[in-house]
Design a protein around this ligand. Structure first.
Ligand code: FAD
Length: 604
């Protein structure tokens, strides 16, 4: 294995053989690109990751961030890598060329970023800058764009995403930060925010914070929230930096992982002079922030796959090298030679579970990104709506399923390493610590499940959900024609049917006033849907692999890869997918113990 970050053969397989991403180059929007250019971008991404971003992973963890005299300092090793990253335009890959980006399809941006996302502490800085710049690009006035975007795109200024308060975490609408209109059209902000990623750092000279606050007199709840740009240093008319804005970093959180990412508590306007500019219109804050949050949710899913990928590849390498025990065939012979643990059935089970989940999540996230590209290049509104509609349904699954399964893959890597995996001398425990945050931020996974069940299933009268199932069934019909995979196709077909059935069941519960049933079972449903989507994607891949094996036979240089694809799909569909039967039974029992148990019944 050339690197232990991303299986580049699998990446190429998903992009070229599965999604046929080069077809995007036939569309006017991406007409300036070619497959060779996409390959070149990915090769450069790999180089940057292997030579720069991975080598600082441990130091980012060990050194962490520090707050001195009101300024946050990030691990020193990040500095040169950040310059290379932004200098190479990796922070603006999908921005339009007119504003300094490269205009690449989101699929290429996403697959490139998979190389980097294992070091999420580092990526949190260019990532927050990119997200905030994109908000200004879409919602900013011409004046705001001229003032902020050039420097942000160059990576000279950063960004963030400032929502959370002590009393407003999942319940963002409960925030108490206030904004007051000023005669000159600007605003003054006052309030305390917590848990702000990249709330301050020394990689850039200025940071433009998008901050959620309520303008005095506006209604309670999410409806009354507006969004503001709050720069660390005010920007003069000539573009030079003016006074330091009136907010301070109260502390940096001590966390279990991503130590190199500064998670800041911020106090705004203690002196009544925190300058802010409205972004968009008043009371549009949540709508605007949702754009950033949806992008961020896919980014968090990407963190899940990158963590899974690095953990899986390390586990495979370790299992090939670690000698322990003898072969099953030699169990009774104490003199038998010791074998690599990859020969033991239980270790193979763990590795195949990790492989099939890692590869299905990679396919899921690239597919999601590809849907955006299909929507952006669609020739009519109907197609555009169809592709975007499927992303609506898929986004909470990408966020929650990939972060939770990504975490479980990292945990299983520790199991493959045995006791060594638990020790910080070996790398896998950091992968698990770093990954855990992904199930919490950008909307905790329980909230994603409520979004899926409460909003997304019924969105557009259920059409988006049904279109998604339709795409899955198309694959099923096709793969059923391959005799060796017919049983797998039928299993996936049953899974897709179970999703449709469950959606109708939830709708019926809602109509009949038993709305607690879908709400209490939302998370198991999300995980069930994640498994069906995974099974479908692996079936799709197995269909392609079987065709290739048929054509080239065992002599193909890729035979082991394609056989691995078929084996991974078969393992997942036969061993993991059946778990949905248990979920269906549990959900349909309409058991509401979770609501019936008295609060005092949980513990004395
Ligand atoms: C390292 C880190 C970085 C972060 N970065 C940022 C950032 O850059 N910007 C920012 O604004 N925030 C950030 N956050 C905050 C993060 O988004 C919140 O922690 C998260 O939204 C959850 O809020 P909370 O911690 O208050 O938990 P709570 O909202 O108290 O939730 C606790 C638990 O209760 C559940 N829960 C809460 N309400 C409901 C409900 N109505 N129905 C069902 N279940 C519910 C949740 O799912 C969760 O399991 C960050 C947090 C961390 C730890």
């Amino acid at each position: 294995m050339a690197n232990l970050l991303v299986d580049e053969r699998d990446q190429q397989f998903v992009l070229n053989e599965m999604l046929e991403v080069e077809k995007l180059c036939e569309k006017p929007l991406y007409g300036d690109f070619s497959k060779d250019m996409f390959d070149m971008v990915l090769t450069e991404a790999q180089k940057l990751a292997v030579q720069q971003i991975f080598p600082i992973l441990v130091q980012c963890d060990r050194e962490g961030c520090r707050l001195e005299n009101g300024q946050v300092y990030v691990p020193s090793c990040m500095r040169s890598v950040y310059k290379l990253f932004c200098g190479g335009g990796w922070n603006t890959m999908s921005f339009p060329p007119e504003i300094g980006g490269q205009g690449l399809p989101l699929t290429i941006r996403t697959s490139s970023h998979e190389w980097f996302a294992h070091n999420f502490a580092f990526m949190s800085y260019p990532g927050t800058g990119e997200g905030a710049a994109h908000l200004i690009e879409v919602f900013g006035t011409e004046e705001q764009k001229a003032k902020y975007m050039g420097k942000m795109i160059a990576g000279e200024w950063g960004g963030s995403m400032v929502l959370t308060e002590p009393g407003a975490g999942s319940d963002v609408g409960n925030l108490s930060t206030r904004a007051t209109r000023q005669p000159d059209g600007s605003y003054r902000i006052q309030g305390n925010k917590i848990f702000i990623t990249a709330g301050d750092h020394d990689l850039v000279e200025n940071i433009v914070h998008p901050v959620l606050a309520r303008i005095e007199g506006h209604p309670a709840g999410t409806k009354g929230i507006s969004i503001f740009l709050v720069p660390k240093y005010l920007v003069n008319d000539d573009g030079s930096l003016g006074r330091r804005n009136d907010f301070e970093i109260a502390k940096i959180e001590e966390k279990m992982g991503i130590h190199g990412s500064a998670t800041c508590a911020m106090n705004f306007g203690d002196n009544g002079a925190c300058y802010a500019e409205l972004l968009g219109e008043e009371m549009e804050g949540m709508k605007i922030m949702f754009q950033l949050m949806n992008e961020a949710r896919i980014g968090v899913g990407l963190q899940g796959i990158a963590s899974a990928s690095i953990a899986y590849l390390h586990a495979v390498q370790y299992a090939r090298e670690r000698l322990q025990g003898s072969s099953l065939m030699d169990l009774k012979n104490p003199e038998a030679p010791r074998v690599p643990i990859i020969q033991h059935p239980d270790v193979r089970r763990m590795l195949l579970w990790m492989k099939s989940n890692t590869e299905s999540m990679r396919a899921m996230i690239y597919y999601c990104a590809h849907l955006f590209d299909l929507a952006h290049t669609a020739e009519n509104a109907q197609d555009r709506e169809k592709w975007l509609g499927i992303t609506e349904v898929l986004t909470p699954i990408v966020k929650a399923y990939c972060s939770d399964i990504g975490f479980r893959v990292t945990e299983l890597a520790i199991q493959v390493y045995g006791g060594y995996g638990y020790c910080s001398e070996y790398p896998v425990e950091q992968f698990m610590r770093d990954e855990k945050i992904a199930s919490l931020y950008e909307g905790a996974n329980g909230i994603q499940a409520l979004d899926l069940v409460g909003r997304k299933l019924g969105m557009h009268k259920g059409a988006h959900f049904m279109n998604f199932l339709g795409e899955m069934n198309r694959t099923v019909t096709k793969v059923k024609g391959t005799a060796a995979l017919k049983d797998l196709a039928e299993d996936v077909e049953r899974g897709v049917g179970a999703l449709a059935d469950m959606a109708m069941f939830f709708a019926k519960c809602g109509k009949e006033g038993r709305f607690l049933v879908p709400l209490a079972h939302a998370y198991p449903f999300l995980m069930m849907m994640g498994k069906v989507v995974s099974g479908w994607l692996l079936l799709w891949q197995a269909g392609i692999a079987a065709e290739k094996l048929d054509g080239d036979g065992d002599g193909s240089a890729d035979a082991a890869f394609y056989k691995g694809k078929v084996a991974g799909a078969r393992f997942f569909i036969k061993n993991v997918l059946p778990e949905i039967d248990g979920a269906v039974r549990a959900i349909k029992s309409e058991d509401l113990s979770v609501m019936e148990i008295p609060d005092g019944g949980f513990a004395a």
